[in-house]
Design a protein around this ligand. Sequence first.
Ligand code: ADP
Ligand code: MG
Length: 722
Amino acid sequence: MNGRQKAIRAIAGLQPVAQRNDYVRKPLTELYGENVFNLAVMRKSLPKKTFDALVRTIEHGERLDPAHADVIANGMKDWAVARGATHYTHWFQPMTGSTAEKHDAFLAYTSDGRAINEFSGKFLIQGEPDASSFPSGGIRATFEARGYTAWDPTSPAFLLENGTGRTLCIPTAFCSWTGEALDEKTPLLRSLEAVNRQALRLLHLLGNTTARRVTTTVGPEQEYFLVDRRFYWLRPDLINAGRTLFGARPPKGQEMEDHYFGSIRPRILAFMTDVEAECYRLGIPVKTRHNEVSPAQFELAPIFERGNLATDHNMLVMETMRIVAGRHGLHCLLHEKPFAGVNGSGKHNNWSMTDDTGNNLLDPGQTPEENAQFIVFLTSVIRAVNQGGAVLRASIASAANDHRLGANEAPPAIISVYLGEHLSKVVADLIAGTKGAKRDASHIDIGVSALPSLPKDASDRNRTSPFAFTGNKFEFRAVGASQAIARPNTFLNTIVADAMQGMADEIERETAGGKEILAAIQKVVTSTLAANQRVIFDGDNYSKEWHAEAEKRGLPNLRNTVDALEVLADPKVKDLFRRQEVFTDGEIASRRTIYLENYVKTVTIEASISSAIARTQILPAALKYQRFLGETSQVAKSAAAAKIIAPVDEWSVKLADALTRLDAARTDADATHGDVSAHARACRDKVLPAMDAVREAADALERIVDDELWPLPKYREMLFVY
Ligand code: ADP
Ligand code: MG
């Protein structure tokens, strides 16, 4: 029996892992948030003055008086220690796409030789990890390697349990000593400030005097694959690249459409239940679970939360899924395209804005005021996506996502806005300056001068749109499954803040010129819609016609990461980020470098594994088979063996030749080292196509070589045997 067959035999005998939590003995309501130092815990454990100050920071963005820090630190420590924590860590999100932690014990010694648990405000507020081994894109000179982490009080501290110990995790931002952001969190927080500033201006212009703070709300729907660990360990490409670099299409893929929303297999359900329990304990409101389109593909969706918290929580969800999968003998693949030929995984980023009274700014609402508000913010988003479509495209650019975008399963690289039939009509009517359809029960009267009435429910579904309005929020669908959502949200917040600023400026200019406020709003809304309507598209985004149409409309179509990241070098884009105080020119330049480097590293690693697997696993298998056929034809005089040996030899020759070309492509690419743009282009134009050729020959061999000899678990096994 070969390794694959052993794996299959072991899997066949498996039972689902027993559920860890018994919801009868410990109900969800008790489990939920038990590992979070949340407001409820703080209310109980902190003095009222301190608690109130912290709430003002969290809810209204007020600066926290450092005098409170010692008290909070102490409360946090007591809470954590009582739950078995021995260490604390500043938990941050460097530009590696994952989170980072360096643990320190609470432990301190007394002069008489005893140990005590110690934690002060100083340690809560600031940490000093060595920044030299994190990507900085050239910002941080090595002689100034120090970075510091700063407590983010808007995201609660939590306890992380990993098998043996418990650690208090304090969400932080990570900066250089000169104040440049070295992480994903800092710019996200800055972009949220920008949204707050500009949305409040618009709200005030709309006559809202109660809102004091606006933030985004985000609900990221997480898609993922699960494969059995036994297969995973036999696939060096999955281990090192997170995706299969080889694998012939299985006889059955997703064409039967029998997996989507299908009944969930017991072993998978056990995994999901376990993940959910861990998430509940961390106060992550996970809500939905289901089978996705591809076999072995699934989805988890939480209830939306404030943008900052949702970002932290999504990092924890991904981490939790990876860890829990191991307990179930599974491996969780978050890669955007782990298997060719079936759907890849995305992360629909549901996004809206809300004020501190719970008023969703993108909710059409019931009253004329709410509808005016809705139209103003909707118009801002349309303007943002039209003017900043390329920025949005750049925000989701990665080597992995390139395999998914535009592949007739995910939105294309052209960023457009879907509004649905009713809302599109409203927009068209607004532009035309006409009053909408006649008022009937299904229409809400907006009541403001010439604004038309709005349909109550405009949430038609169009799964092909990269940026769709779905009732009271937008859904940014081009985000990749493995991506931290900080970057797409930072970029999205920034372009929306900028559009809102433009609208507010224009409205103020109109009123300064003597126009009455509603008339001013009306004028700016209609002119903005007219100027930006090219970005609205309700049709099939997968169609060829749309590509042609989009080009006519002048919408950018940045087909790959290398093209998309060029956007970040555009002076206008630098101005945008500077204007909204999200990135300095240096920071944005460094990010472009880091993202390009990441692309180069990803492709380089893939090329290297591809070459290793083909040379040391696939070719030997093919040659063994060929030898077997040769002997069978000569010794046993088998006519059949003589007949089928030719294609094995042909494809083996093709594979060997393709490998030689891959080596050459890699050498060419390496020669551009030092110029990251050129290096990325070489990876895209030379290395990736050379890898494709290697794969083509290898996959052809998989179809004809003796199954006994084939070393790599096959698609038909990984996607169906679990
Ligand atoms: P689907 O798009 O799969 O039909 P839903 O529309 O019910 O599902 O919701 C998908 C996600 O959108 C969920 O995470 C949900 O919490 C989130 N969501 C709902 N309302 C908002 C909002 N106002 N802001 C951000 N996310 C939201
Ligand atoms: Mg959705």
